[in-house]
Design a protein around this ligand. Structure first.
Ligand SMILES: Nc1ncnc2c1ncn2[C@@H]1O[C@H](COP(=O)(O)OP(=O)(O)OP(=O)(O)O)[C@@H](O)[C@H]1O
Length: 245
């Protein structure tokens, strides 16, 4: 494996300010091909801001993001998604008044050749158990299924790095199990990787290979799930409250 491909995503000394507030400070992290990488921390820790910078929805105030060996231009979401870095949003990423099929098809537009799009839509719907609902209007589905539609859209884009912002919020146990199975299967093919921001600690500890903890916009700890769960600093700053809720 070449040196560049040892890390699929590299975040180096990234900071992001909003006026006087430093939302993310001097952050370094890397995501390697084939892994599920968790980014966790209390509310306001800077996870979404980090996500927005990585996916090009926000320019960093300083620092650099490299994806698949190339520096990404800050604040250019189109460049990131064209390169294969695809994200979802905390409150769902789908069009309410379009069918599930047309929503998933949107995911294919940037990176899938026109002749392969129908098959890709079917494949993503099948993975997430949405095949029976392809003709339903997405906004009419129960909340849990709407979240699955958002994930299907992002998977239909065939990303090299799938960035999921709180994908499990509001899902029931069966739906959580479905999503975890899909994510595990996804990263097992072609060195794809997943960057996961999530407050469901049981799921994070079950599925992530490595976890990075943020607190007040700064690095607090990193390690595998067992290391993170037993880290006194992480327990004090986050896991104590996360486990209690
Ligand atoms: N567009 C913005 N303008 C001003 N301040 C912002 C903006 N976006 C985020 N912030 C602030 O930056 C800090 C980090 O917020 P961020 O949303 O990144 O945290 P988070 O870890 O994702 O939190 P949560 O778990 O609640 O989603 C917070 O203090 C937040 O109020």
């Amino acid at each position: 494996m070449s040196i560049e491909m040892q890390s699929l995503l590299q975040v180096e000394a990234v900071s992001r300010r909003f006026g006087g507030l430093v939302a993310v400070k001097d952050l370094d992290l890397e995501v390697r091909p084939g892994e599920i990488f968790g980014l966790i921390g209390p509310n306001g820790a800077g996870k979404s801001t980090t996500f927005n910078v990585i996916s090009g929805f926000l320019a960093p105030t300083s620092g650099k993001v490299t994806f698949a060996g190339k520096a990404l231009p800050g604040g250019k979401a189109g460049a990131a998604s064209q390169a294969g870095l695809v994200r979802t949003f905390q409150h769902g990423s789908y069009v309410r008044n379009m069918s599930v099929r047309d929503n998933i098809r949107l995911g294919t537009l940037a990176r899938i050749a026109p002749g392969n799009r129908i098959a890709k839509v079917r494949e993503a719907a099948d993975l997430l158990g949405l095949t029976e609902m392809l003709d339903e209007i997405a906004g009419n589905l129960p909340h849990g299924l709407q979240r699955l539609v958002s994930i299907a859209i992002s998977i239909a884009a065939a990303p090299k790095l799938l960035c999921l912002d709180e994908p499990l919020t509001g899902l029931n146990e069966t739906e959580v199990t479905t999503v975890l199975r899909v994510l595990n299967g996804y990263r097992e093919s072609d060195g794809r990787a997943i960057l996961l921001v999530e407050h469901n600690m049981k799921a994070v500890m079950k599925i992530c290979d490595r976890i990075h903890v943020l607190h007040h916009g700064e690095f607090l700890a990193s390690g595998n799930p067992a290391e993170i769960q037993n880290n006194p600093k992480v327990i004090e700053a986050y896991l104590g409250q996360a486990n209690a809720s």
